[in-house]
Design a protein around this ligand. Structure first.
Ligand code: UDP
Ligand code: MG
Length: 293
């Protein structure tokens, strides 16, 4: 799967991608704060791509209205709720600008940081990723699970995925091109960007609380993201399957010897030894074959 990417348009300096799911309460405020910043850094040469991840509220009609008022705003309407990462992927594939900003709709990532991030890229950095110095208005549960997740991921993978980051980042078009050429289906974008290489730099910031509404990342979506991250960036779970297979095969072998000893030394129920031999033999064989696949 090679993902589509719109041809670059040299007249567009900045493309912004905003994934939205039920964000009617935040959208007007987001645009009020985001548009002037984009205008400043790009001298009016920007586009804002807002992806509606099949919202159930008025998000889409609001995007349509905004796009009528401002020709630089582009709306994408997904046919069903695909989730944050696929929404982002769809948005990214429509970008035409030289630099791409990914930002959440809920204003947890302050748009006003863009000029400072932009300046870092002027110095030759390819990816300026927001790294949380603090996190306001988030439940203790979310903060703790996120912290442990990033530490676990770091232990499991060889790619250095920066800790305490989201998808808030500014990147160059060449990084985006690498990203879109990756065949991953379950996309963990912040990890894929890290994998893409070039010069990447953290930009420390204080993450605000949501401007309005509630999180669109309930526990099941968080778990899915975590699983996608681990399975796409680590072979450790597969290696674990190997270890487990050899361990159970060894155990089966020991048990087989034990059943044979009993067969020769004590009176056993007829058929027990052969049955055990078949179960243990096939059981361990299946484990090994499963581990290979
Ligand atoms: N989002 C989305 N599809 C979803 C869930 C979330 O596009 O199925 C968007 C959401 O509108 C927001 C961003 O992804 O712009 C991050 O979601 P949210 O702020 O709710 O997550 P949190 O900050 O609580 O982790
Ligand atoms: Mg949020």
């Amino acid at each position: 799967m090679n993902l589509m990417l719109s041809p670059a348009d040299p007249s567009i300096k900045l493309s912004v991608v905003v994934p939205c799911y039920n964000e009617e309460e935040v959208l007007p405020e987001l645009l009020r704060r985001l548009v002037p910043v984009c205008d400043t850094v790009s001298g009016g040469a920007y586009e804002i791509i807002i992806v509606n991840d099949s919202s159930k509220d008025k998000t889409w009609p609001m995007i349509v209205e905004a796009a009528k008022d401002n020709k630089r705003i582009v709306g994408i309407d997904l046919a069903r709720n695909h989730g944050h990462q696929i929404g982002l992927t769809a948005g990214l594939s429509f970008t035409r600008g030289q630099r791409i900003l990914v930002i959440d709709a809920d204003l947890q990532d302050p748009p006003e940081l863009l000029p400072a991030m932009w300046a870092r890229m002027d110095d030759g950095i390819d990816v300026v990723y927001g790294q949380r110095r603090s996190r306001d208005g988030e439940t203790a549960f979310k903060k703790e699970t996120a912290k442990w997740f990033y530490r676990l991921l770091d232990k499991l993978t060889d790619v250095k995925i920066p800790q305490d980051t989201g998808d808030f980042r500014l990147m160059s078009r060449r990084v985006l091109e690498t990203l879109q050429s990756m065949p991953e289906q379950q996309r963990f974008i912040r990890g894929m960007v890290a994998w893409a290489g070039h010069r990447q730099e953290a930009f420390l910031y204080d993450r605000d609380k949501r401007f309005a509404g509630e999180t669109k990342y309930p526990l099941n979506k968080m778990l899915k993201l975590a699983l996608d991250a681990i399975t796409s960036f680590s072979v450790k779970p597969l290696q674990l399957a190997y270890l487990l297979a050899f361990f159970t095969a060894f155990l089966a072998f020991v048990m087989l010897i034990w059943t044979l000893i009993i067969y020769f030394t004590q009176a056993t129920t007829p058929g027990w030894t052969s049955l055990m031999a078949v179960i243990l033999g096939f059981g361990s064989m299946q484990m090994i074959v499963l581990a290979i696949f």
